[in-house]
Design a protein around this ligand. Structure first.
Ligand SMILES: [Zn+2]
Length: 402
């Protein structure tokens, strides 16, 4: 390891990884830990809850009395690990060298890694922020630092919307936001949006020998599925390229399809789910409108046979794309603190588009790699954690940002 990492930072990262905060679970244990730690430093946290009070966001201001400053933002939930083959316990937060002692390959310097679900995506960032909280409290910088820890990011960025609304209500106007999603500590300035929908198709059931008296829900669903596919082909053919993304144009795909009960029954019901991943320069809501329009036209034919037939749509999530620039002061600050001259684009959705949409200049920069996120044996190297800690201490010492 090339850089020192404080004992407490590692301890906190392990502690948070050991709390099971899969999105389906409560995150209150983690939020309670953060709140108590901050309370010990004399900092009051504001919690905003989900409807049934099983999950909360935490917002705290470090540097009371100073003007609003820079938000350090992270989500507390993780994806599950059901069905994945792990060689370590996902909740163990074990630190191991890689390659391990009995690895007999080439001579490689062993690299210590912290293993566990959420180690890269993205509990370590939250842990490091908390472990270094007193540096922000004691900081001589002219602006405050805010912690914004959200719930339910992995299932659609739901929690942070409440947090941002509450911040507005409190009339807090931060200068900028840093989201610590795993980018290997390279500031990321753009990502695509993720817009996901469910379509339920109601047809009219009949014995399969009597098809003219029926409306086949699967066949009608298939027309829409085909429409989504045509749109995807169209993006590939026609859309202006945005270089830097793995796929430099918007994509669309159907992820699930269900329908039918028997070979000799014309199905009454079918359901499918699809998504758009739009370039920051493309409008996902217009894409969805195009599907709705097509559904409308298809529906009129269905209703001639069965007035009750038709499509209904449900929004699963709408995570806006994110587009900033290398010239944005928060990007430059992140570059300076990370010791990086470049920027990157990321393939995954984050809360960045929501913060930016609220008028807060935002950059995504955090420890670990997205290649390990959501994967079995997720890990973050201690070197990445040390870089992140140096970044955070640099932020605490920052005087010039405005
Ligand atoms: Zn994440």
């Amino acid at each position: 390891m090339s850089l020192p990492l404080s004992t407490r930072a590692l301890e906190f990262a392990q502690l948070l990884v050991r709390m099971n905060t899969v999105s389906a679970n409560s995150n209150l244990e983690l939020i309670g830990f953060a709140r108590d730690h901050l309370a010990g430093l004399g900092i009051r946290s504001r919690l905003t809850y989900n409807a049934d009070k099983t999950k909360a966001n935490l917002f705290a201001t470090l540097g009371a009395g100073k003007p609003a400053g820079i938000i350090l933002s992270g989500h507390t939930d993780t994806v599950p690990w059901d069905g994945q083959q792990w060689s370590v316990d996902p909740l163990s937060a074990i630190v191991q060298d890689w390659p391990d002692a009995d690895h007999d390959g080439e001579h490689v310097l062993p690299e210590p890694r912290l293993y566990g679900r959420g180690s890269a995506d993205m509990k370590s960032f939250i842990a490091l922020a908390l472990a270094n909280a007193e540096h922000f409290v004691e900081s001589q910088s002219p602006f405050a630092v805010h912690f914004a820890f959200s719930y339910d990011e992995e299932v659609g960025c739901f929690g942070v919307r409440e947090l941002i609304a509450d911040m507005k209500e409190q009339d807090i106007k931060p200068l900028a936001c840093i989201i610590g999603e795993p980018t290997l500590m390279v500031p990321a300035i753009a990502h695509k949006g993720v817009y996901r929908y469910r379509c339920c198709v109601r047809g009219k059931e009949a014995h399969s020998s009597l098809t003219p008296r029926s409306v086949n829900a699967i066949e009608m669903a298939a027309r829409l599925v085909n429409k989504v596919r045509d749109m995807a082909d169209n993006f590939e053919r026609e859309e202006a390229r945005y270089d830097g993304f793995d796929v430099p144009y918007s994509t669309a795909s159907v992820g699930q399809f269900h329908g039918g009960i028997a070979d000799n029954v014309v199905p009454r019901d079918a359901e499918f789910r699809y998504e758009f991943r739009n370039l920051p320069t493309a409008d996902a809501r217009m894409m969805q409108k195009e599907v709705l329009l097509y559904a409308n036209r298809t529906e009129s034919g269905m209703r001639k046979i069965a007035p009750e037939a038709g499509f209904s749509f449900e929004t699963i999530c709408e995570i806006p794309s994110f587009l900033s620039s290398a010239n944005e002061p928060i990007t430059r600050l992140a570059q300076r603190l990370a010791g990086e001259s470049g920027t990157t684009l990321v393939a995954f959705g984050t809360e960045a588009g929501l913060f930016k949409g609220a008028g807060i200049p935002t950059v995504v920069c955090g420890p670990g790699s997205i290649e390990q996120a959501h994967q079995p044996d997720e890990f973050v190297t201690l070197d990445q954690l040390a870089r992140c800690e140096r970044f955070l201490r640099g932020l605490a010492a920052e005087r010039d940002f405005r």
